[in-house]
Write a protein that binds this ligand. Sequence first.
Ligand code: ATP
Ligand code: MG
Length: 374
Amino acid sequence: MAKIILTGDRPTGRLHLGHFVGSLRRRVELQESGEFERIFIMIADAQALTDNADNPEKVRQNIIEVALDYLSAGLDPAKSTLFIQSQVAELCELAFYYMNLVTVQRLQRNPTVKAEITLRGFSEQSVEGDTQQRQGIPVGFFTYPISQASDITAFKATTVPAGEDQEPMIEQTREIVHKFNSVYGPTLVEPEILLPDNAACLRLPGTDGKAKMSKSLGNCIYLSDTAEEVKKKVMGMYTDPNHLRVEDPGKVEGNTVFTYLDAFCQPEHFAKYLPEYASLDELKAHYRRGGLGDVKVKRLLIAVLNEILDPIRERRKYYEARIPEVYEILRRGSEVARQTAAATLAEVRAAMKIDYFDDAALIEEQAKAYANKN
Ligand code: ATP
Ligand code: MG
């Protein structure tokens, strides 16, 4: 079976290091591996609207930001189809049919949906600082796992590179595929999630030490941050609160600076930036023993991050000077995506027996039956 990728991001802000380690970096590697027949990368604007219905301008403005981040990170429109979700109307129709295959109770049990209901301020325990008093859960938001299933299956994706928070979504998709195929006959492909292989990247914490770097939490280092901004953010980062003096022994576990080093640091970085240590393990051991200050560790992290971000910044500058060209890439990608989704939709309609006008036999049979009767 052809290996196909579908993945994407919500245009609710610029992309950050969490996106990079959770999915983006992997996509570029997979794109270069030549292992995949097709790669579809989606800007999920319709999904972003499920919890931003009152702020369409935010979604509209961020489409270009996400596209610029994609191209800067190394996604190549000649190898990967970059497209905008709302421009593929077929996805809505698929979701509408899948809704009949999922129960309300099943959606209510989805742990990501549950967590996000709180995070997005749809419940009483909304996050602090969310001044907007919103009441109730929009139906569109509640059903977004179903819409995600149509995004994935429309392209017959076998592989979804994503962060750990997406696991329940892929599980939901697999259930829908299973149900669809058993009711209507084998039509859809069951996808698999491709998680980062490094534990630190499954869910990169925020610069504030919170469990997840997330646009909604304002604890991000963005791919488009300048070297100065990165420096400021890292210097302000949470470490081990009990590591007060340089001589004190420090903790590495739960220390966000070390988590980031786990996610980004390569052995060769030591020779380049901190030659007195041979490896991250040696640096950690010294920190644990005591005698290693936070600032030294943070300086290493700043150097490593800026080394990774520099070529991304360069490419961003290139594409920022070519905005109409970027929109053209998205327009062409959306057209390709629409054709692919339409082909799957035609198969779905046929399997569900809602292809009346294409079914000459049906019309003929019924005509005959009535002719015999009269
Ligand atoms: P929002 O707050 O609007 O949901 P987000 O920052 O959570 O934004 P998404 O667009 O929901 O970003 O996520 C896109 C992809 O990036 C998903 O595959 C998700 O798993 C991954 N991702 C997002 N944040 C992280 C993170 N901190 N660590 C690892 N992966 C992440
Ligand atoms: Mg999210």
